[in-house]
Design a protein around this ligand. Structure first.
Ligand SMILES: Nc1ncnc2c1ncn2[C@@H]1O[C@H](COP(=O)(O)OP(=O)(O)OP(=O)(O)O)[C@@H](O)[C@H]1O
Ligand SMILES: [Mg+2]
Length: 225
């Protein structure tokens, strides 16, 4: 469904971060990317999510080269096909949990029946993730683990094909980290969402079907199961 071909990226001062990197992702895959701090994991996720552009190389999503997308197509790709979860949850403080979760629907001009379907879907995911009871609370009234689950549901509201998660468990304690990891896998299995996550956690990485390490600008494949 997604393939990166010889993708390279350099930054001034830092030099080459990604060096003719190749990656093939199939529908429904779950992939972890490990590697030392500064190895380029976030850079890679940003490039896949079209938040940043490579210097060279190509990225093909469902047989279209995403690097040729115009602004409108890029926005559509980001809104509809990609979900993001970052290390820090980034919920908007003046909106309730429920409003935060429904925010992506307002941004994507969803037609009414589809909108209602997605609202129902979000309620179902809130049930599944155990945050229904806190729907009307504001971010300052909930715990870090709850906030991270709310962020996950928000990232999934538009039923993206790919979920990009950058250190999703980085700010959580052990128990919540394990729960969130399990939740990511459940979402992968229940909705067929392809997972690509960057993490320092060996435990989380091992839950993914394919594990890669980013080193010297390339992905080294580890275990697949
Ligand atoms: N916008 C930027 N401008 C300049 N240098 C950058 C930029 N973004 C990243 N870098 C550099 O590129 C390298 C890779 O950064 P990146 O954030 O991708 O690493 P990472 O693997 O995600 O690290 P961490 O595990 O700490 O999150 C780092 O040396 C970083 O300083
Ligand atoms: Mg990073």
């Amino acid at each position: 469904m997604l393939s990166l071909n010889k993708v390279s990226k350099s930054f001034h001062q830092r030099g080459i971060v990604l060096n003719e990197l190749d990656l093939k992702v199939s529908e429904g895959d779950s992939i972890s990317i490990s590697g030392p701090s500064g190895s380029g994991k976030t850079t890679l996720l940003n490039i896949i999510g079209l938040l940043d552009r490579p210097d060279s190389g190509d990225i093909v999503f469902r047989s279209q080269s995403i690097l040729n997308y115009d602004q409108e197509q890029s926005a559509y790709y980001r809104n509809r096909n990609i979900g993001f979860v970052f290390q820090d949850h980034l919920l908007l403080p003046y909106l309730s949990v429920r409003e935060n979760i429904l925010l992506p629907l307002l941004a994507s001009e969803t037609e009414e029946t589809e909108y209602m379907k997605k609202v129902d879907g979000s309620l179902e995911m809130m049930e599944k993730t155990g945050i229904s009871e806190i729907a009307e609370k504001y971010p300052y009234q909930i715990s870090g683990g709850e906030a991270q689950r709310a962020t996950l549901v928000r990232a999934l509201v538009n039923k993206p094909s790919i979920l990009l998660a950058d250190e999703p468990t980085g700010s959580l304690d052990k128990k919540n980290a394990v729960n969130l990891g399990d939740l990511l896998l459940q979402m992968n299995m229940a909705y067929g969402i392809t997972l690509i996550l960057a993490t320092h956690s060996q435990e989380l990485a091992e839950k993914m079907k394919t594990q890669y390490t980013l080193a010297e600008g390339k992905l080294i494949s580890g275990i697949s199961h």
